[in-house]
Structures are given as structure tokens and as C-alpha cells.
Design a protein around this ligand. Structure first.
Ligand code: B12
Length: 825
């Protein structure tokens, strides 16, 4: 029988159960620290098979192959423990366990499934990490290739804490096999993934990519998952899977312990089943006893039905925009049409300018950004990919990929980190045949223009007829009406005065007849007329009145924004007039802020209501670092230096305060790791310029002394240490920089070999201060006489004394002054 059908028949019948934890069981059976658990598929198959059988006996229907970490980054292509050998053995073990179970329980034959288990790669993807998206797809593909023909019934991609990595894994699965696919991701207590996605975002991306079942696993215990499960059930149209840990792990005498007992787990999972989850299991710390208690209590309950949800959703990697009563504003400025400066930017490959346009529209209130980079003389597909890549690194707004070239759309959609809008398809058969398969594969909300082989219809009925044709063709590709947004085309009224009325009537008709969502490129209406904003704003208001769901518009147009904010306030779409009041209050200020910001580069970053760190009108260095604009940070630094600012002044008044603001946001959970990383990179770019400047302007050349610098073990923060290094070098010291995450022994060995008398250690986290202490202790015994100066944001004089350092230096300059005293004699 078709594997998908067999699985879904089982889900149809009632609850389906996953197995529980694996790591703790293998450790108890003797898995050594550092030993790869997947090698036991070959080394200790009897233990793996017994574990599977124990879970089947406990009532699990789906057992996971022991392949969580089996990927091409950890396992070689050849040899005894090659990826293929390990995965094949894992599948054999699981299937053997199912066979034994079915022999003992013939009545349960056909109810058990083997899932090829795929875990995360342990690396962040570019630009936040160093793994290329396509390389991640290739690595996952290897595991899929190794496992797909080994008799597994489905694939489980699990414990994903980055939706981008999940996308890479999903593509690898969908492109290389047709097994049913389950995606479960790991949320933290703020109910978000490490990179910021909430359940609505995860569901939008997963469903768009064609995942069969979506859910949550690991990190939290069942009780902390309640809110996440509620959200998943609320927005998913596919079954929801839930596999919690046996509580939040904690450390006791060096061992990881989990507090949730099988009875507690059972009670919590009964509650979770009642919320609408359909597949239930356990993750870290759960045992066959937990699973047995759960299955016994849940199996006879009646599950809630899985229902189709009507919401239209787009998303970036972290922010979902749900189409509701309030029209979604899509910024139109990233588009060369009629814009000389933008065309120039495209021709000159001035990505920075394009990014600025994006950020400006974000500040002005856009909910999403249209991206059109089509110019005949440039390679549009390559440019689309590059601009999408760069934009999605610096803005959380979802993107609308706008091109008539399917190749450009595909390049953008493939690497897009979220669920995009696709602009556009129309009623022409040829266009639908090219664009719908892309939307089906990558997900997306398709803008459908009501134009076909016959041209633009002259009546609202004509528009509705094309819309209907598009809905029907899309359905044949498996695309739902909620993922189509109809654009009945705003035509220039100056060419045909009736056209605006027809467009408005079409909006109403499409909504009324099909419950359809609609969108318009509003500004087209005024083409050829003076004071276009007047007409645009009035037309926009009329369109909103007819139920317009989204507008592609210029958020820089005061008239349009006034119309929009006032409309939302008047119709009760803006609770307590909050947005209206904020908008109105910002109006007189905006002008003065922009002047002030231009004069005093840097000050005034603020927390917006949405919680992200941004600044309204500034373009100073500090703001640029906060926003993570690398190239621009470099340029502005150069300008400041040329204008006479001193390197230390720039570091102290721009770099450090910017990172402090982002760090604060990170702590308050308004900023997520990707933004932190982008800011760190921008600070790094600024610092590179300072470094080059210092080298050019020259310090003293004669070497005054040799110093070892390192960020301690477990700590990868090195911006501060690098600043210290450059300043020391500038003052004539030779620095042996051992880098970051440096083992104490390596530091000691270098000091001995190089006969070093001063060591500088950096630590930025409370958790790495012990590694600093360990390094100092080792230096004291192995290299008596060597002085140690310590620094880094987390350190204080008190800490420094506690761990036995010779000196605490609060900044780079103080380090230099200390070095002067050490090497004076
Ligand atoms: C940038 C940054 C990052 C970047 C680092 C990039 C890089 N290449 O360094 C990235 C994004 C990679 C990162 C990752 C993480 N970060 Co971080 N990060 C920061 C941030 C925002 C700024 C640090 C910085 O560079 N400051 C600017 C420099 C110039 O200042 P500085 O280092 O203090 O250096 C000055 C002085 O201290 C001194 N100095 C520094 N080193 C030395 C050395 C010597 C010898 C001497 C004498 C003086 C000295 O001189 C310098 C110049 O004046 C801070 C928040 C903050 N405001 O500090 C969080 C922060 C340090 N990070 C934090 C955390 C938790 C993390 C992560 C665990 C996040 C995660 N969940 O993955 C990971 C850690 C990974 C690891 N194992 O280390 C926490 C630490 C909390 C704590 N108290 O323990 C902080 C405080 C943020 C927060 N508020 O939560 N982070």
C-alpha cells in the first residue's frame, strides 16, 4: 500500500504514538562520552533493537531510526562506519524490531512504522553562520539517499531550531524521495525558535513546502509546550505532532537529570491530546515507561479532527504576516520602473542602496517588501537571488518576489528564508504552467492578475471570470484559494476614466463571490495626472472600503499613509487608535529627528512598539551597526576617520554602544540571534576599517614586548579582544593572537615556547569565567612569573581578583597602559 496512505489511515483511526528518548538509554547501556551513538547500529545492534522493541511494546507506532546525528558532516562516504553503512544498519535494526513485535502481536500487524530520523547539522546557515544553504541541502540529501531505500516508511526532520535549516532538510527530502514527511522544531520558553520563528511562521513555511505533519519536540517539558501546541493546532491544516522532553533538563552532580515522571508525563500528554495534537511521543529523558503510561491513557480517547484553516499567511524567517481586516502594506520602492537612481544602483551593483530602500520602507510602516530587480541589461535571476539573500539578512519583513521571469522567481524562492509572496501569475495558461509548479514546490502566496490571452477585461464580471479560472487551475496543482491573492489591476484613470470604478467593483465581486483576497498596485491609478498622491490616497480609501486585502504602495507617501491610518482608526481596525496616535505623534518629530540624526551620527536608537531595535530616520554609524549593514558600516567609519574622528572615539561612542543596544535587545528577547550576528558582523566591518587606518597612519615600529592574547575556552566573542590586539600593536607590541575558544593548555604551551611574560585573556560570558580561572591556575603552576591581564564585558575588578588575575583592564587603552608598566623596565 502507498506509504502515505497507510500512515494517514492510521492517523485517521486515532492517536498515533512516537517512541521516546534514545540518548539516555544508550548512555545507560555504556555509550562513552564523545562516542557517536549511530555507530552502535553496527557495533551494538542488539541494544538498539531492544530499545526499539521496548518502545513498540510500550505502545509506540512510529519508531525512529538511530540516525539523529547521521549526516555527511560527521560520517565519511567510505569505510566501516560510512554514512550509508550506519544508516542502513539503523533501518535494519528498526525493521527487525518491528518484525519481532509483529510476530509476538499478529493482531497489531501493519500498525507500526519506521521513521528515518534526521536531526540538525549543528551549524548555523549563512549569513548567520558559515554553512551555505545549498551545501546544507546536499548534506541532508546524502542521509536521505542513504535511508530512502532501506524500508523506512516516513522521514522525520526533528529538533530544528532554525527554519532555514529545516527548509534545507525539507527540500532534500522532497527532491529525493516521496516518503511522507514530518517536521518537528524545538522552541524555547519564549515559544520561538532560536532564530526567532513562532509557531505561525513555522506552519506557514512547512505547509508551503509540502510537509505532511508539523510539530514540536525537545527543549521543553510537556507543561511548557501547552501554548506552542495551542498555536500549532490553531494555524495548521495538517496533523500536529508533539514530543516533549521529560521536563527541562538540569544538571545535578555533573549529570543531566529530568524531573517529569511517567505519571506526570501521562497526565500532561492527556491534556496535550485534548488540545488537538494527533501524534504524541517523547524526546530527551523520556523512557519506555513514559511512553507506556502515555499510550495507555491516551489511546482510547477521541482525537479532535484536523481542520482546514482559512488564514492567508506570508512570513520571513521570524515574522508571520496574517492577512486580516487591515490591509497589508507592501512597499513598492525596490523596483527600477521609473526610478533612475534605482536603475543606476542595479547597473552598478549597488546592493547597499537597495538595502537602504528596504529599511526605509520598513521604518515607514510597510508590512512586506516587493522586490523587483528586472533590467534588460543585468542578469536578473542572479540579482534576484543576491538581493533576496542580502535583504532577508537585515530585515524581518516578508518579501514579495516580483518578476515575469520564472527563473528569477525560482532563484529567489529557493533561497528565501520564509514563505514569500509571488508576484505574479495571470490568467494566461503559459504563465500559470510556469509559476504554479514553483509555488507548489516552495510555497508562497501568489498574486494573480486578472488578465489573460484576451487582454484586460472591461468589466468586473470579466475580472471575476479570470479569477475563477486561476483558482481552478491552481487547484489542479494542489494550491489552495487562500494562497492566491487576486489583483484586478489598477489602470490609469487618465487613459480611461471608467477604469477605476471597474477595478473597485471587481474587488467587491471577488470578495463576495469567492471570499477571495485581493491586492492592488494602487499608484498606477494616477499615472499621467498632476499631484498623483491625492488621487492615489482617495482611490486607496475606496479600495479599502471594498475589502482590499493588500496594497502595493509607497509608504513614503504621506497622503497614502494618512489615508491608511485614518481608515483603520475609523473602522475599528486599530485598537484604541494606538497606531493612529503613534503615527500622528511621529509626524512633526520625523522632520526634526532626521535633521538631528544627520548631524549627530549615532544617537537615538530606540525600541519600537514591535520590539525590534530600530531608529526612525538615522543613518549614523551606530544605527548602521544596529541594523547590521556591513558595507555601509565600513563606509561610514572611513568617512568619520577622514573627518578627523579618532579610532578610539569611534569604538567608544559608536561600536560599543551599538553592540550594547543589540545585546540588551537580545537579553530582552526583542532581538534574535540572526540580528545579533549581523550587528556583530557590521561592527567587525567597521573595525576592519579602523585597523587598516591605524596600520596606514603607522604606530611605533620598534617592538616593545610580546604578548599572548586569547578568548578563553567555550567563548567565541572576539570583537573586544581584537580591538585590544590592534591597539597593542599600534603601541609597538607584538601580539600572538591565539584566537577564540582557546584551550588553557594551548595558551600555556605557547607561553612556554615563546617565553612570554604577559598574557591577555578575554571572556564575555558568565559561563566562561571558570575557563578563564582554569587558564590562570594552569599558568600559575606551569609558567610562574607570567602576568595575566583580563578583560571582557562580563568581568569586573571583583571577578578578576576572585580568579587570581594580575590586572583587570576595563578597555583596550587600559590594557596598553598596563603593558607599558610591565615592559617599562
Ligand atoms: C557581538 C555579540 C555576539 C556575537 C560575537 C561575534 C564576535 N565575533 O565576537 C555572536 C552573535 C556570535 C554572539 C554569540 C553568542 N552570545 Co553574544 N553578545 C554579543 C554582544 C552584543 C556584544 C559583545 C561585543 O563584541 N561588545 C563590544 C566589545 C568591543 O566589547 P568587549 O568585548 O566588552 O571589549 C572591550 C572590553 O571589555 C575590553 N576587553 C575585551 N576583551 C579583552 C581582553 C583583554 C585581555 C583585555 C585586557 C580587555 C578586553 O576591551 C574591549 C574594548 O574596549 C554582547 C552584549 C554586550 N553588550 O556585551 C552579547 C553577549 C556577550 N552574548 C551573550 C550570549 C548569551 C551569546 C550566545 C550564548 C547566544 C546564543 N544563544 O547562542 C552566543 C555565545 C556563543 C559562545 N559560545 O561564545 C550574552 C552573555 C550573557 C552572560 N552574561 O553570560 C551577552 C551579554 C548578550 C546578553 N545580554 O544576553 N554574541
Amino acid at each position: 500500500m502507498d506509504k502515505r496512505k497507510r500512515l494517514f489511515d492510521q492517523i485517521e483511526k486515532g492517536f498515533v504514538f512516537f517512541d521516546g528518548g534514545c540518548g539516555t538509554i544508550l548512555q545507560a547501556a555504556g555509550l562513552a562520552p564523545g562516542e557517536l551513538p549511530e555507530t552502535w547500529n553496527l557495533r551494538r545492534p542488539e541494544i538498539i533493537r531492544k530499545m526499539h522493541l521496548d518502545y513498540l511494546n510500550a505502545g509506540a507506532n512510529i519508531i525512529l531510526t538511530n540516525t539523529f546525528g547521521a549526516n555527511g558532516l560527521k560520517y565519511a562516504d567510505e569505510g566501516e562506519f560510512s554514512l550509508r553503512a550506519v544508516v542502513a544498519a539503523a533501518a535494519d535494526n528498526a525493521r527487525a524490531a518491528v518484525a519481532s513485535f509483529e510476530k509476538l502481536h499478529p493482531d497489531k500487524a501493519g500498525q507500526s512504522f519506521v521513521a528515518l530520523d534526521i536531526g540538525p547539522l549543528g551549524k548555523l546557515l549563512k549569513p548567520f553562520g558559515d554553512l551555505d544553504f545549498e551545501d546544507a541541502v546536499t548534506v541532508f540529501k546524502k542521509t536521505v539517499d542513504a535511508g530512502k531505500d532501506c524500508g523506512v516508511d516516513l522521514v522525520l526532520v526533528e529538533t530544528m531550531n532554525d527554519i532555514y535549516e529545516a527548509k534545507a532538510a525539507i527540500l532534500a527530502v522532497k527532491e529525493n524521495c516521496d516518503l511522507p514527511l514530518v517536521l518537528t522544531t524545538a522552541y524555547d520558553e519564549s515559544e520561538k525558535l532560536l532564530t526567532g520563528a513562532d509557531p505561525t511562521t513555522v506552519v506557514a513555511v512547512a505547509e508551503g513546502l509540502g510537509v505532511d505533519i508539523v510539530g514540536v519536540n525537545c527543549s521543553l517539558g510537556p507543561d511548557q509546550m501547552t501554548g506552542i501546541v495551542e498555536q500549532l493546532v490553531r494555524c495548521a491544516s495538517i496533523p500536529v505532532a508533539v514530543s516533549p522532553n521529560a521536563g527541562i533538563p538540569r544538571s545535578e552532580n555533573g549529570k543531566t537529570v529530568y524531573d517529569v515522571t511517567p505519571e506526570h508525563f501521562r497526565d500532561s500528554m492527556v491534556r496535550i491530546a485534548g488540545l488537538g495534537a494527533r501524534l504524541l511521543g517523547g524526546c530527551c529523558g523520556t523512557t519506555p515507561e513514559h511512553i507506556a503510561a502515555m499510550t495507555a491513557a491516551v489511546k482510547d480517547l477521541t482525537p479532535l479532527p484536523v481542520t482546514e484553516k482559512a488564514d492567508t499567511v506570508i512570513s520571513s524567517y521570524s515574522k508571520a504576516v496574517v492577512f486580516g481586516d487591515r490591509p497589508v502594506l507592501i512597499g513598492e520602492r525596490i523596483n527600477p520602473t521609473g526610478k533612475k537612481r534605482f536603475k543606476e544602483a542595479l547597473r552598478n551593483h549597488d546592493i547597499d542602496y537597495i538595502l537602504q530602500e528596504g529599511l526605509r520602507q520598513q521604518d515607514l510602516g510597510a508590512d512586506a517588501l516587493d522586490v523587483n530587480v528586472g533590467l534588460p541589461e543585468i542578469d536578473e535571476p542572479a540579482m534576484m537571488e543576491e538581493v533576496v539573500r542580502e535583504l532577508q539578512a537585515i530585515t524581518e519583513l516578508p518579501l514579495q518576489l516580483d518578476s515575469s521571469d520564472p527563473l528569477a522567481l525560482e532563484r529567489g524562492l529557493r533561497i528565501y528564508n520564509g514563505k514569500a509572496m509571488i508576484n505574479s501569475v495571470n490568467g494566461r495558461e503559459e504563465v500559470m504552467a510556469k509559476v504554479f509548479p514553483l509555488a507548489k514546490k516552495y510555497g508562497g502566496l501568489i498574486v494573480a492578475l486578472t488578465i489573460d490571452e484576451e487582454g484586460i477585461p472591461e468589466t468586473a464580471e470579466g475580472s471575476a471570470a479570470i479569477a475563477e479560472k486561476i483558482y481552478l487551475r491552481a487547484a489542479a496543482y494542489g494550491i489552495k484559494p487562500k494562497d492566491i491573492i487576486v489583483d484586478p489591476l489598477a489602470m490609469s484613470v487618465s487613459a480611461d476614466q471608467r477604469s477605476a470604478a471597474v477595478t473597485l467593483e471587481s474587488l467587491g465581486l471577488i470578495k463576495e463571490r469567492y471570499g477571495g483576497r485581493t491586492s492592488l498596485g494602487v499608484s498606477n491609478v494616477s499615472f499621467g495626472l498632476p499631484q498623483r498622491d491625492y488621487i492615489n490616497a482617495a482611490f486607496f480609501t475606496l479600495a479599502m472600503q471594498r475589502g482590499l486585502s493588500a496594497a502595493i504602495m509607497n509608504p513614503d507617501s504621506t497622503e497614502m499613509m494618512k489615508a491608511y491610518r485614518s481608515y483603520c482608526a475609523l473602522l475599528g481596525l486599530d485598537e484604541n487608535f494606538a497606531d493612529y496616535i503613534a503615527y500622528a505623534a511621529a509626524q512633526p518629530q520625523a522632520a526634526s529627528v532626521s535633521v538631528a540624526a544627520a548631524e549627530t551620527a549615532g544617537s537615538g536608537a530606540e525600541q519600537t512598539a514591535a520590539g525590534t531595535v530600530s531608529k526612525k530616520a538615522g543613518s549614523g554609524l551606530q544605527d548602521t551597526i544596529i541594523r547590521g549593514l556591513k558595507e555601509r558600516a565600513g563606509k561610514l567609519t572611513e568617512d568619520r576617520l577622514t573627518a578627523g574622528a579618532s579610532p578610539m572615539e569611534i569604538i567608544d561612542t559608536e561600536l560599543i554602544p551599538a553592540l550594547d543596544i543589540v545585546g540588551q535587545g537580545f537579553e530582552n528577547k526583542t532581538v534574535f540571534l540572526p540580528q545579533l550576528l549581523m550587528s556583530a558582523e557590521a561592527a567587525g566591518a567597521s573595525f576592519e576599517v579602523i585597523k587598516a587606518w591605524l596600520q596606514r597612519t603607522g604606530g611605533e615600529k620598534q617592538i616593545k614586548g610580546r604578548i599572548v592574547l586569547a578568548t578563553v575556552r567555550g567563548d567565541i566573542h572576539d570583537i573586544g579582544k581584537n580591538i585590544v590586539k590592534v591597539l597593542l600593536e599600534n603601541y609597538g607590541y607584538e601580539v600572538l593572537d591565539l584566537g577564540k575558544d582557546v584551550d588553557p593548555h594551548r595558551i600555556v604551551d605557547t607561553v612556554k615556547e615563546e617565553k612570554i611574560s604577559l598574557v591577555g585573556l578575554s571572556a564575555l560570558m558568565t559561563t566562561t569565567v571558570p575557563a578563564m580561572e582554569e587558564t590562570i591556575k594552569l599558568l600559575r603552576t606551569e609558567c610562574p612569573g607570567t602576568r595575566v591581564v583580563v578583560g571582557g564585558a562580563v568581568l569586573t575588578q571583583e571577578y578578576a581578583d576572585m580568579i587570581g588575575a594580575d590586572k583587570y583592564a576595563k578597555d583596550a587603552m587600559e590594557t596598553v597602559r598596563y603593558a607599558e608598566t610591565i615592559f617599562a623596565g
